[in-house]
Design a protein around this ligand. Structure first.
Ligand code: P6P
Length: 357
């Protein structure tokens, strides 16, 4: 099929043909997620016209106001995967507990975690938002999934990706064979290959962080950001420009395309979130998987995001992701200036290498 008409379904199928043990279950699960993305994209496009903007009138497990489109996206994703026999258990940012399949449905060999609509507080201002997903093999012995299947280190992911609803809708995924981007052609309702083999540009262009939190950053993070801004007299560098949308999928997507680093460090702003705002399982780990596939790196400021063994499906983590050198520089500044924080953090979060790695 010519590249200009390479649909995501055909791309996944061709990739899976190279895997002898592939049975088509993974391929069909990815089809399900692509279809869910198309349905959510259609609803997003109509958001301004229907009364589906704004708050749904309740809060989610994170204590955040649920947007009507959050609820729609969450229900669309679960409904899309609950019948197909591809997954055994689902975890969603919108639900406190893992979601088993209906009793009369067959359980599959994968488990799925997703943030149905990350950045949704930006919807009413028409900023780009996104769905993030992460897929693992089920490792528990029972017929259907258990929570431990959802608490694997990010390095064990089979695949990960996101769908960004912006000036155009794109689905970006990686399954161990590079990162590939597909743009939705609404005229034919297909995701067409538009960005094959995505890698971070060698020359970083932007740094991306919520500058408004500066007074809450640790000494190491503050010094690091000042270094990026060219303010470090003892270690001068050409300043990077700053971009920040406040929607991680959009900020990550721009970082992947333009080069640089996106950060959401731990800060002292909210004592209930001492180790960062972003969630490990369905935000940081899937994007970390993509970042490494694209030649970059993702860290919690101490070590690789992909080496963290979660203890909770809603566990939060600091995140530095993008250009490998820039992320490793952030680790160096933190190691040098934030040793006390590092000691406390490591007591709390098992950051050791995944056993056997
Ligand atoms: P802040 C959106 O709510 C989100 O979870 C991420 O998408 C985004 O990177 C971050 O929070 C923005 O947080 O504190 O800068 O508004």
């Amino acid at each position: 099929m010519p590249q200009r008409l390479m649909t995501i379904e055909r791309h996944i199928l061709e990739q899976q043909r190279a895997i002898p043990e592939a049975t088509g279950v993974f391929t069909n699960l990815m089809y399900d997620l692509a279809l869910a993305g198309k349905i959510i994209a259609r609803q997003m496009a109509r958001a301004g016209l229907n009364d589906i903007l704004g708050r749904a009138g309740n809060t989610n497990v994170q204590g955040e106001d649920q947007q009507k489109l959050d609820v729609f996206a969450d229900e669309t994703l679960y409904d899309m995967v609950k019948d197909g026999g591809r997954v055994a258990l689902v975890a969603s940012e919108e639900h406190e507990h893992p979601m088993p399949l209906p009793n009369d449905k067959p359980c599959g060999k994968y488990v799925l975690l997703y943030d149905p609509l990350d950045g949704s507080s930006n919807i009413d201002s028409n900023a780009s938002v996104g769905t993030i997903f992460s897929i693992y093999r089920k490792i528990s012995d029972g017929p259907c999934g258990e929570t431990k299947d959802l608490l694997q280190a990010g390095a064990e992911q089979v695949a990960a990706g996101y769908i960004i609803y912006g000036s155009s809708t794109m689905m970006v995924y990686g399954a161990g064979f590079g990162v590939h981007g597909f743009t939705l052609d609404p005229n034919i309702g297909e995701f067409l290959l538009s960005h094959p083999n995505m890698t971070f540009p060698k020359k970083p262009k932007y740094y991306s962080i919520n500058q408004g939190n500066e007074i809450y950053w640790s000494e190491g993070v503050r010094r690091y950001v000042h270094w990026l801004q060219g303010k470090a007299a003892d270690n001068p560098r050409k300043p990077l420009s700053q971009r920040y949308i406040g929607s991680m999928v959009a900020d990550f997507h721009r970082t992947l395309l333009e080069g640089g680093i996106f950060m959401y460090p731990a800060d002292s702003k909210d004592p209930s979130k001492p180790f960062g705002k972003l969630r490990l399982g369905y935000e940081a780990a899937p994007l970390a998987f993509l970042a490494e596939e694209a030649g970059g790196y993702a860290s919690d400021g101490v070590g690789s995001i992909l080496d963290i063994k979660p203890t909770s499906i809603h566990q939060r983590t600091p995140l530095f992701i993008g250009d490998r050198d820039l992320v490793q520089q952030a680790e160096a500044f933190i190691q040098l200036h934030d040793q006390e924080w590092v000691d406390t953090y490591q007591d709390e979060v098992s950051n050791e290498l995944v056993p056997g790695k």
